[in-house]
Each structure stands twice: as C-alpha cells, then as structure tokens.
Ligand binder design. Sequence first.
Ligand code: CTP
Ligand code: MG
Length: 257
Amino acid sequence: MSDDSRPSPTGVPTAAVIPAAGRGVRLGPGAPKALRALGGTPMLIHAVRAMAASRAVSLVVVVAPPDGAAEVKSLLDAHALPGAPSGGRGSTDFLVVPGGYSRQESVKLGLDALPPEYEIVLVHDAARPLVPVDTVDAVIEAVREGAPAVVPALPLADTVKEVEPADTPGEAEPVVATPDRSRLRAVQTPQGFDRATLIRAHETVTDNVTDDASMVEQLGLPVVVVPGHAEAFKVTRPLDLVLAEAVLARRRMTDGF
Ligand code: CTP
Ligand code: MG
C-alpha cells in the first residue's frame, strides 16, 4: 500500500482494544500468554506497537489479566513505544483495564473504558503480535469507507471437514461434510468496527463467541473481509512461538541491511 492511501492521523478518531487477559492454556504452563517474551520483548508489547504503528490509531486500550493490570501498566511504561516514523504520526495514548473470564467479556470491559469521541474501534488479539501495519491500515480504511464491520482473512491451505465430534478425545470421528474450500476464509485480527455497531453487538448478543464480527453478523448487518497477512497468525501452541521467533529474526536481518 502506498503511503498516500494510508489512513491519516487527522481522520475519524480511531482506537484499538487489545484483549490480553487470557492464560494461554494451549501454549502450556508459564506466565499469561500476552506477557511471554518474543525476541526478548513481551508479546503484548509487540501487539501494542503494531497498533500504535498506524498513524490513524490515537488510543490503545489494553485489557490485562484480571490480577495483572498494575504489571501491564508498568510494562507499557518500561517499553519505549514507537516514535514518529518518517512522515510523522500523532501521539498514541494508552489505557489499561482488567479483563474478564472470556475473551468476549474482556473485549466488553475494554469497550466500556473507551472515551466517547472514538468513532472507529479495532479489536486486536494480543496473541497476534506480528500483524503488519499495512493490514491494520487496510482494515481502518474499509471501515472509513462505510463497512460497519471489517475482518482481515486468508484463504485456507488445508481442506476442511465437518465431523460429528467424538465424546472421547482421540476416537475416530465420522465425517459429515466437506465444505467448498474456495468459499472459506480463516479470519484474523485486528477486526474493525463502527463503534456504535460494535457496542450494540456486545449489548445484544449473549451467545459465547470467539470473534467480534460474528456478533455483528447476528445483528443482521454486513461484515466484509479484506486480505489478511500470514504474519498476523495467532500464537496459540508451542510451535507458533518458533514461527514468531523466526519472523522476528528475519525482520531484524532485513532491518539491519
Ligand atoms: N483473552 C482475553 N480474556 C480472556 C480470554 C482470552 O482477553 N478471558 C484474549 C487473549 O489474551 C488473546 C485473545 O483473547 O489475546 C485470543 O484468545 P486466545 O488466543 O484463545 O488466548 P488464550 O485464551 O489466552 O489462550 P487459550 O485459549 O489457549 O487459553
Ligand atoms: Mg482462549
């Protein structure tokens, strides 16, 4: 994307909410996932930097582990957040609030802390620390163009089967259907929203969901997909840490030359 097409810092006030309150059970024992180090820096700090790197984002709300808000505040203070890149960037403010028992509840607590002037809201998983700024900007741009909800997504590499889930893990599971892969997308974050729409979705939808855009779908409003990025993958299992370290090492090489 050329610099000219990037959302400007003076456009519609835009904030990012970063749910970071999960334990990271699938990553195995250790500190809460968002606080684990990648290339020596907590995953959450990478995610905050990725949002603050967009010239359009002027507030980042971090939703911390329920008992970890003070620790997260001092982490944000301790890590230099990105300076103005060439071309300049408005400064970014930060807020920290304690999270809840589910991702959905954590996002809601983050939205509750949002000052009234923000009209566009991104929701970004702390567990996707390496999303490139061009992906962030593409999502913001699509919301500015009028979509109430925007999701970055990628085509699937694997064929997907729908099964009748087994009662016992490891047991064979009967296949029910094979959806046409060309019509499927794997969705990422940041997802972008018209603020009023997202707040209404969180007030209305009571089912437990893992994706904010699906709540807007339940309101019957259009949700659009824009191209995601391979580096916006979610750090979920131990192998994802290996991939994240490799991406960081490659970036350091590229930046060094
Ligand atoms: N999240 C949150 N509050 C929760 C649960 C999850 O803010 N109660 C956040 C996580 O911190 C993460 C994002 O939602 O940034 C996506 O969730 P996921 O990848 O599932 O992280 P965890 O829930 O921490 O991991 P796991 O499901 O393996 O425990
Ligand atoms: Mg989870």
